[in-house]
Design a protein around this ligand. Structure first.
Ligand SMILES: [Zn+2]
Length: 296
């Protein structure tokens, strides 16, 4: 028996009883069941990503705390450049300058790149493996094995995991935020103590919100990629797959992500309207991708 339900006002099976009052966007109960299944899948994946982020975030926080110590130590070494009598920071040839600071930062950045790389690689390894194993279980292809020695995983790691560009991006964001604080200090004649306190507070923010954002994004990026790599392996093994973009369905979904969802099922190697092969589209994106087998 085919029962019609309205997707807009009756998104889950339980709502099928309302089919008599909703006649727009009609879908079958089988499609409603499938939609519910994919939403559940998304929730399970989000939980898995959050578990990885929760486990690894403290390590990212520790990285920022370690970097904070180096930054404050470098600033303290230059505290004599702050005006003693007025406890002010002014820009002139004998006192603290941004150029002076940038030289110190270059050393800090070069000295912390390796630590940042290994910290992020741990998050990504967890995400990649979990994403692959989850997808293999969901698609039901027990004969597919995936681990970090897989050639695709190795290639992905060399391109993504702690890539030079990505590491540089994180370090540059930190540098710019410190630079903004110092510029303000110079412009307003702020004291060394006050400046050090503001920088310390900024790192507190880094070790909380920013570490959380990085942990979640890295976990999601690696999880989705792990699933995608496992699916490529399934295609190698002879399966024909197609994919779709799914979003959280709430008011926080961006128009671009919505457009990707609206694109429906695409061939597996197809590109979504945003230009992505799979989510996440940006840090904070909560989307996921799903696949289904296409009968040969
Ligand atoms: Zn999204």
């Amino acid at each position: 028996m085919e029962v019609l339900v309205g997707e807009t006002c009756c998104p889950v099976i339980a709502s099928a009883v309302r089919s008599d009052i909703c006649d727009t966007y009609m879908i079958t109960i089988q499609e409603a069941a499938q939609s519910l299944y994919y939403q559940t899948l998304g929730l399970q994946r989000r939980r898995a990503i959050n578990r990885i982020a929760r486990k690894r975030r403290p390590e990212i926080s520790r990285f920022f705390r370690m970097q904070e110590k180096l930054v404050l130590a470098a600033l303290k070494e230059r505290s004599h450049l702050f005006s003693e009598s007025f406890q002010k920071l002014t820009e002139n040839s004998t006192q603290f300058t941004l150029t002076n600071w940038l030289l110190a930062w270059d050393e800090i950045e070069a000295g912390t790149n390796a630590e940042l790389h290994s910290t992020l690689a741990k998050v990504e390894a967890d995400g990649l493996i979990k994403g692959a194993s989850t997808t293999i279980a969901d698609v039901g292809t027990a004969n597919i094995a995936f681990d970090l020695s897989n050639p695709r995983a190795v290639a992905w790691f060399s391109e993504h995991a702690g890539s030079v560009k990505y590491i540089k991006g994180i370090q540059t964001t930190t540098q710019n935020q410190i630079k903004t604080i110092l510029t303000h200090s110079i412009d307003t004649g702020q004291s060394y103590n006050k400046t050090a306190k503001i920088i310390s507070e900024k790192f507190t923010g880094f070790s909380r919100q920013r570490a959380q954002t990085i942990a979640v994004h890295e976990s999601a990026q690696a999880f989705e990629s792990g699933g995608y790599l496992a699916e490529q392996q399934m295609i190698d093994a002879g399966l024909v797959l197609e994919k779709a973009w799914r979003d959280s369905g709430d008011e926080l979904v961006t128009p671009e992500c919505q457009e990707n969802s609206d694109a429906g099922w695409l061939p597996f190697d197809g590109v979504f309207p945003s230009g992505h092969l799979h989510p996440p589209r940006f840090p904070g994106c909560r989307c996921w991708h799903i696949t289904r087998r296409v009968p040969k």
